[in-house]
Ligand binder design. Structure first.
Ligand code: HAS
Ligand code: CU
Length: 557
């Protein structure tokens, strides 16, 4: 293939003020702190599948479910959103060449911090062992629900900040196309804003008053359905920041170019439209959800598979252009020529490769009849450690290897250690997921502490051991990441950080004529997204409302 030359490059070269970078940095550190706490229970959980019991060594841990709640909330809620809350506004400000609102930035930071502290209190004091899914009638302390709502509020404030910057930019550039990096960042959090409304309604309107004793009973089916409405779309809120890096930054980092600007925008718009309406695939086995709704949601789930397939096509093409510019020849020779020695790139290439398996297992989950086989087995954590635990976590780690030096001004502490972290972690996930997936097919249940369970099956032994080995490697990889980042922050070479963000070039510029500017009409797309949500959820809510408050709270101690 001939190697094309880029036609569009980033013009602004804007530098965000240092005081704003500082807040962004601390926002991200909250997530790292959460992840540090979260991975310890991950180790205990993985080892338990290999029948090794270390949970007794955890100080102040009362039950397995307390630890599993901490693991889930810390890793998939605090770690992910603290990153997005910093990353997306930064990308928007940089792409539009304008500062953020410092007030909103602080407000977002404080909401995240206070929310996080409330959740930590609830979980550490063993008053919220309800797992990250927070299903009623399991009842948590009110600080758990309010804390998580504050975390959600922090994301709304981050979105508000981005929209303010965008509005100011649009006033100064009437009729201009929004720069791609800002476009995809704003769409990501617009999607999440819509997606987060049901959980906010469920927590504020139902579970919080119920936990405070203001109402004595609640509606498990309605709150559970509201949870999954948000709870499926949330996975794309975790994924899209990674996709932003793969589309808009990684091509630059490997010396390639993004092929099509409109294609990238279209993919993000498709996520805005299709992330919410498929959410009931988490409830295929739930009674109380009409079969027709399950069918509609299954169809939408297959729909949201396509923007990811499209992403695979676009990202691989951008990588291939980079590999060929670097001298790669032949069908696959360009892969070797990619800058594997750059820890930021290597982590993200590994993330992409693992995501192929995450996507494939997702298709199995989404297939109604196959879902009956794997639901509530360890197959499901096998799937999601290949998605959020790999595609997202490894990308966030890879981004950190330039982002933390950029935000602190300090050089990355050790490239070798960073590379080792990614490879050990990626290999660990592969082994872990292989174990969880195969044992899941043998019926090994998820969310059990096998090392102490009263029931067992020898068919789970091999998968369980692999899960234990893989999980331990993931733990080592994560610890290496913390060492590299921690030492970069305190001992990285001053002044050696990059001065700018690696923004990619695009082969085809955004057009100001024809149909393409429609992609920038966020208001319209939000309206279409709402219409699709009404199709997918309208009939259910028509029968589920008014709520049936039937269940008192149960506490897991
Ligand atoms: Fe999922 C359950 C279906 C994607 C996370 N999912 C979960 C749970 C989590 C989760 C956390 O339909 C468990 C929740 C719980 O606690 O119960 N999932 C899907 C489908 C997709 C999918 C169809 N999931 C994700 C993502 C997640 C995530 C992304 C987190 C970030 N999932 C389900 C279903 C369930 C489920 C059911 C319920 C199961 C049950 O019964 O409980 C799809 O969106 C996946 C599309 C992905 C692809 C892959 C594209 C590949 C790319 C990489 C290309 C680059 C390359 C690199 C190849 C099509 C873009 C080249 C590199 C070189 C070096 C050359
Ligand atoms: Cu889902």
């Amino acid at each position: 293939m001939a190697v094309p030359t880029p036609t569009v490059s980033d013009p602004t070269g804007y530098e965000l003020p240092m005081d704003q970078r500082r807040v962004l940095r601390w926002m991200i550190y909250i997530g790292y702190a959460a992840l540090t706490a979260g991975v310890f229970h991950g180790l205990a959980n993985a080892l338990s599948y290999a029948k090794i019991d270390i949970i007794g060594y955890f100080p102040a841990l009362h039950t397995y479910y307390q630890g599993l709640t901490a693991h889930g909330v810390a890793n998939v809620i605090i770690f992910t959103f603290s990153f997005s809350n910093a990353f997306l506004p930064l990308m928007t400000a940089r792409a539009l060449g304008r500062p953020l609102s410092s007030r909103l930035l602080w407000a977002s930071f404080i909401a995240l911090l206070v929310g996080n502290l409330m959740v930590i209190y609830a979980v550490v004091s063993n008053q919220a062992s309800v797992l990250f899914t927070a299903y009623a009638p399991l009842q948590a302390h009110w600080t758990f629900y309010l804390g998580l709502v504050l975390v959600v509020v922090s994301t709304w404030l981050a979105l508000g900040n981005m929209l303010l910057v965008l509005r100011a930019w649009r006033r100064e550039h009437p009729g201009a196309r929004i720069p791609l990096l800002a476009h995809v960042s704003v769409v990501s959090y617009l999607m999440w804003f819509l997606a987060s409304l049901p959980i906010a309604t469920s927590f504020l309107g139902f579970l919080l008053p119920w936990s405070l004793g203001i109402v004595s009973k609640t509606d498990p089916l309605l709150t559970r359905t509201l949870f999954w409405f948000t709870g499926h779309a949330i996975v794309y809120a975790w994924l899209l920041p990674a996709y932003i890096s793969w589309y808009a930054l990684i091509p630059r980092q490997v010396g390639g170019s993004l092929i099509s600007d409109s294609y990238a925008r279209l993919v993000f718009i498709l996520f805005l439209l299709l992330s919410m309406p498929g959410s009931a695939h988490h409830q295929f086995t739930d009674p109380g959800i009409p079969a027709g709704m399950k069918v509609v949601h299954a169809v939408f789930t297959f729909g949201v598979f396509f923007p990811s397939l499209g992403t695979a096509f676009s990202v691989i093409a951008a990588l291939e252009i980079g590999g060929r510019r670097r001298g790669g020849r032949g069908l696959l020779g360009w892969i070797r020529k990619l800058p594997w020695g750059d820890p930021s790139v290597a982590a993200q290439l590994l993330a992409m490769l693992l995501f192929v398996l995450g996507g494939a297992t997702g298709l199995v989950n989404a297939s109604f009849t196959m879902n009956q086989v794997i639901h509530n087995t360890t197959w499901v954590p096998g799937h999601f450690h290949l998605t959020v635990g790999s595609a997202v976590a490894l990308t966030v780690m890879g981004v950190a290897y330039w982002l933390i030096p950029y935000l602190t001004g300090r050089g990355l502490f050790s490239r070798k250690l960073a590379l080792a972290s990614s490879w050990v972690y990626a290999f660990g996930v592969l082994v872990f997921a292989r174990g969880m997936i195969s044992a899941g097919l043998e019926g090994m249940p998820r969310r059990i502490y096998r090392a102490q369970a009263a029931y067992d099956d020898p068919a789970w032994d091999l998968g369980g051991r692999l899960a234990g080995i893989g999980g331990s490697l993931m733990f080592v990889g994560a610890i290496l990441f913390f060492i590299v980042i921690g030492l970069t922050i305190v001992a990285g070479k001053r002044g050696a950080g990059p001065t700018d963000i690696p923004i990619s070039e695009t082969l085809t510029a955004p057009s100001r004529t024809g149909w393409e500017p429609i992609l920038d009409r966020f208001g319209w797309w939000v309206a279409v997204a709402v219409a699709l949500i009404l199709i997918a959820y309208g009939p259910f809510f028509a029968t589920a409302l008014p709520p049936r408050l039937i269940s008192p709270g149960f506490k897991s101690l």
